[in-house]
Design a protein around this ligand. Structure first.
Ligand code: NDP
Length: 294
């Protein structure tokens, strides 16, 4: 069994990005810059935002953090997004989700200038992704592809089963894998899928993004298949200082005996997401600065 560690992949991504950032700053006189908007006090969101800032600093990117109170109005949030759209020193804009109740996520995302949509959630970006045009690929599915590429796991002609059909993971994951060039045969499963085990057992590559700890058990997996665990779930653990630990959707200890390769949780897909956000921010800065020069 091969362990597909995201940590190893991100190290390679960061080494490459650091070099490119030095060259970028030398050529343009400014750094790729990411603006992150956080509304409210959700502890998980606060910690994700912190991680993004840390990554920006370590790469030499510029970063702008906007921490808005829980009772921020729709108009105030849209106004900030529009200000950042118009600010040529900002190349990527990310609104940390979920937003507090009462704020319209779809409207907020659609208001971001699609050229700065480094999360890849804007409807225009999603449309481009579906028809195979160049675009910002949303960070988690992009991270999965990066892992597959890094470990030279071929997808052409393979049967990939994706568990989950969310807009941020399952759907873009399936769309990317079925594109020409990736050439996988993709089955997408969700909570209404019948005979799930019969389907997962057909998978050459099984990608789980459902958010249920230990859901994928050894008897659901074809021997010698590749298992990608996107799930990040908290389970109680009194031995941990914080009272919980993180596990994936896959029953790792048992499934690992039966498969060819598997991503761990933590240290697998999870660590890829911020690295891919940094890649997208660099790409946005490149594209916007080329346009500025025209
Ligand atoms: P959502 O809750 O938006 O979607 C979950 C999906 O799983 C839905 O499509 C749901 O089906 C499906 N599902 C739920 N129960 C079952 C079941 N019993 N059988 C089959 N399908 C089922 O979750 P996300 O896509 O946002 O996230 C999924 C997991 O990935 C979470 O653990 C999350 O923490 C993690 N995640 C990790 C990221 C990272 O690595 N950085 C980033 C994003 C997410 P239905 O549509 O019918 O309800």
């Amino acid at each position: 069994m091969q362990l597909l560690t995201g940590k190893e992949v991100t190290e390679a991504v960061y080494v490459d990005l650091k070099k490119k950032t030095i060259d970028f700053i030398e050529e343009h006189g400014f750094a790729p810059t990411l603006a992150v908007i956080l509304v409210g006090n959700d502890p998980a969101s606060q910690s994700y935002v912190k991680g993004k800032k840390k990554a920006c600093i370590s790469l030499g990117f510029g970063h702008r953090d906007y921490s808005l109170p829980e009772d921020t109005s729709q108009e105030e949030l849209l106004s900030l997004v529009k200000t950042l759209n118009a600010d040529s020193s900002v190349h990527g804009i990310l609104v940390q989700l979920p937003l507090p109740k009462g704020l319209d996520e779809n409207l907020v995302i659609a208001t971001i200038d699609s050229r700065k949509d480094v999360d890849g959630f804007h409807p225009e970006t999603v449309g481009k992704l579906l028809i195979g045009l160049p675009c910002f690929v949303s960070c988690t599915p992009k991270g999965v592809l990066e892992i597959l590429d890094y470990y030279k796991i071929e997808t052409q002609g393979k049967h990939v089963v994706v568990l989950g059909r969310s807009n941020i993971v399952g759907k873009p994951m399936a769309a990317l894998l079925m594109q020409k060039g990736r050439d996988a045969t993709v089955t997408v499963c969700h909570s209404k899928t019948k005979n799930l085990k019969e389907i997962t057992k057909l998978a050459d590559i099984l990608i789980s993004a459902i958010g249920k700890p230990f859901f994928v058990t050894a008897d659901m997996v074809k021997p010698d298949s590749v298992i990608i665990d996107v799930g990040i779930n908290r389970i109680e653990d009194a031995t941990q200082k914080r009272g919980y630990r993180l596990v994936g959707d896959v029953d790792f200890e048992h499934v690992k005996e039966n498969c060819l390769a598997i991503t761990p949780v933590p240290g697998g897909v999870g660590v890829m997401t911020i690295a891919m956000l940094m890649k997208n921010t660099f790409q946005a800065a490149m594209q916007l600065s080329q346009k500025d020069n025209q």
